[in-house]
Design a protein around this ligand. Sequence first.
Ligand code: SAM
Length: 324
Amino acid sequence: MLIDPFGRSIDYLRLSVTDRCDLRCFYCLPKGFKNFEEPEHWLTFDEIERVIRAFGALGTRRVRITGGEPLVRKNLPALAARLQKLPGIDDLSLSTNAVKLARHAEDLHNAGVRRLNISLDSLDAKRFQQITGGKLQKVLDGLMAAKAAGFSPIKINMVVMKGVNEDEVEAMVDFCIEHGFTLRFIETMPMGSTGREAVDHYVDLHTVRKKLEQRFELIPGVMPGGGPARYLQVAGTDLRIGFITPISQHFCETCNRVRLSVDGTLYLCLGQKNKFELRPLLRAGISDTKLAAAIRHAITLKPKRHEFNEKPSQIVRFMSATGG
Ligand code: SAM
């Protein structure tokens, strides 16, 4: 098992397969941004498989494929099929904006991915376009294809923002009840210049809960998954609503994860600079034993908690670069 210096067991890896994205959510990536990782720095599928195999042997049970937008990376279902077979890895999931999901849903399901998180900040096409620069219909098509392919659960992630989409939380609840999706609300984090600017739109999710309680009866709910969301269920329905509150009520004491970016950097915390570079070791022909030792060492660098509130300017990386 991988145990960090604060006694937390690290059994969850977020794997970013690209830092590129086919959307430009204003709070995540700046318009016109070009400074992406060089292709020769991208871990190859063989390198990724090797690292995930090593993590699996060290007790990692869950892997979530993310990005950037993971479906922008060519042949992603083939990578998923390889990862799904690795010893120890018994939960392979994917985070996506769903723009390209209609095309890939079946292949991903056949590859063994079962759980999907899909970002959706607005159900209004014009507003969706303003937030993301993309087309809502593609995402809705992707969602329906995912449903048809048999993914379960499908979780909708909505970053709730004042003056942007805060007035849509009830519509999103209705949408998720109608389609049998799970809904998660997320607080805006000051990641990179974009995230810091978006903090003007920050909403404490406590207020969202209060608003929903005026219309729905919310009862304690649980949801499988290794994440930090606190769940409530809408009484009389199957809908579970997760509240992810990194800012108003952080959950670092139960953090169980690290993040591997496309260039092979292991980030130990979303909100701190602590990192460890695996790519140079992989490309220098490191042995399996030394790779395991390197990963164990990296875990000793995991900080106690993020400091988004105390040091909001600290993290210059965009969420898309770290792997959200
Ligand atoms: N492209 C995939 C997707 O859309 O789910 C995976 C990567 S995306 C960076 C992961 C999540 O991070 C998305 O739900 C996005 O809304 C969220 N995100 C990006 N920047 C954020 C910020 N500054 N604060 C809070 N959430 C953010």
